[in-house]
Write a protein of this length. Structure first.
Length: 451
């Protein structure tokens, strides 16, 4: 069901959406020299096409404005606290003031949007410290142009806390945790709303994350599932604005990406994380390295992506490269934010989302077919898949045994790789389509060789 159909049948307060991810890309490039296929198998996209896509992506990323990001954080910090048990009615202080600010920003984007940008919200009950309150999740979405578009959700929590979690009145600025994530979501919504999206994109700001993720749990159970919103994945932006530790150690060249996975490193969330890293590695315009971590989150910590993964939806969390625990809670002020780094983290997510939203669809029916034997007796396989409409070529991504990420890639023009005896050396194989402009799409489901 399309978002527009849903919007016609529901009030503006409850209208749900349906969205999916796609990937933008630049010409694929081999990432490692391990078992590199012969030179004739390397990418077929021409340099001129790659320059054109790089220029388009570069210009889009330059739309991320540091002043806007910092303006949002400053406004959120000015509400003194965004604790779930703080004021709902004071126009200048508390969680209610923060909600009104976010909704005002969404409505301002809606007024200027070129795409079909819809604003709504979800109400839900929160119970904390023997107090029941009604909290609200602001929601906005862009209806995709593709028929039966699925959903990619970009989320962040907007509540904050001080050192004492039960304290609803003391100063809890929440600049980095998680004013930075809220600012990025608002900036992504502003930029993406200015161009049609092939698939739909939803932006959600969650209340009550600090009190056992009650906001995102309510969203999944009371909004996502009842409205049958079919999603490809959820990207959680939580604490993305600082690059140094309290001792001054700086890590400004990467951002961490967490995802749920089992002992064999397999899950929908883990594949989404690998896809995101694959996209980022293939886009020269992305300024940060995506460091994929083999865990759901840091030890003993959690984020709103947990609520999605627990319900069976692929979900990941972006977080800054290093921890800065002493500068959290009551000390988490805007002075701790590194504007240039926040711009880069926002640009990295933007590049990934544009790719997920606008690239060609992932190949289907990917299989390895036996193709005889090599001269040394090793079995050969031909990797084949269904042709993707609009694809000018494909990238084959290879993951070595025990590796968390795709280590190797090569590209082909047709929807098959040709016979090769070295597929058996890899734990995972996936394929992405590339269009005539050099834009990459999402990776197919991963397959393995039957050894």
């Amino acid at each position: 069901m399309s978002l527009l159909a849903l919007a016609c049948n529901l009030s503006s307060e409850n209208a749900p959406p349906t969205l999916v991810p796609n990937l933008p890309a630049v010409t694929p490039r081999a990432t490692l020299g391990y078992a590199t296929p012969s030179s004739e198998q390397l990418p077929q996209v021409t340099p001129g096409e790659q320059v054109r896509i790089e220029a388009e992506l570069y210009n889009l990323l330059q739309q991320v404005q540091s002043d806007r990001l910092m303006m949002h954080i400053d406004a959120l910090q000015s509400f003194h606290t965004r604790h779930v048990n703080s004021s709902q009615t004071d126009p200048n202080r508390g969680i209610g003031a923060a909600y009104n600010y976010i909704m005002g920003q969404f409505e301002a984007i809606q007024a200027q949007a070129a795409a079909n940008f819809i604003v709504t919200y979800q109400e839900f009950d929160t119970y904390f410290n023997s107090i029941q309150t009604v909290q609200r999740n602001p929601i906005a979405y862009i209806q995709g142009t593709e028929q039966e578009a699925k959903t990619i959700i970009i989320g962040a929590h907007y509540d904050s806390r001080t050192w004492d979690l039960n304290d609803a009145t003391s100063y809890a600025p929440g600049a980095d945790d998680n004013g930075s994530g809220v600012a990025a979501v608002l900036e992504l919504a502003r930029i993406l709303s200015q161009r049609p999206q092939r698939t739909s994109v939803m932006f959600v700001l969650f209340a009550s994350e600090e009190v056992n993720r009650q906001g995102s749990k309510a969203f999944v159970a009371q909004y996502l599932r009842p409205n049958n919103i079919d999603i490809i994945g959820m990207i959680n932006l939580d604490t993305i604005g600082s690059y140094n530790t309290s001792d001054g150690t700086i890590h400004d060249a990467e951002i961490r990406l967490f995802s749920d996975g089992d002992a064999t490193n397999q899950s929908g969330s883990r594949h989404l994380a690998r896809t995101i890293r694959f996209i980022a590695e293939n886009q020269e315009a992305v300024g940060l390295r995506v460091n994929l971590i083999p865990a759901s989150d840091r030890d003993g910590r959690y984020g709103d992506h947990f609520s999605f993964a627990e319900a069976g939806y692929p979900a990941v969390r972006f977080i800054e490269a290093v921890e800065d625990a002493p500068n959290r809670e009551g000390a988490d002020t805007i002075e701790q934010i590194e504007p240039a780094y926040l711009v880069k983290t926002t640009q990295t997510v933007l590049a990934v989302v544009v790719a997920l939203s606008e690239g060609p669809r992932p190949p289907r029916d990917t299989v390895l077919r036996e193709a005889g034997s090599a001269p040394d007796g090793r079995p050969m396989y031909n990797l084949v898949w269904s042709h993707v409409p609009g694809a000018a070529g494909y990238i084959v991504a290879l993951r070595r045994p025990g590796s968390l990420v795709y280590d190797q890639q090569f590209s082909v023009v047709e929807n098959e790789s040709g016979a090769w005896e070295r597929y058996g050396e890899y734990d995972g194989i996936a394929v992405a389509a590339v269009d005539a402009n050099g834009m990459i799409g999402p990776l197919s489901e991963e397959i393995t060789v039957r050894r």
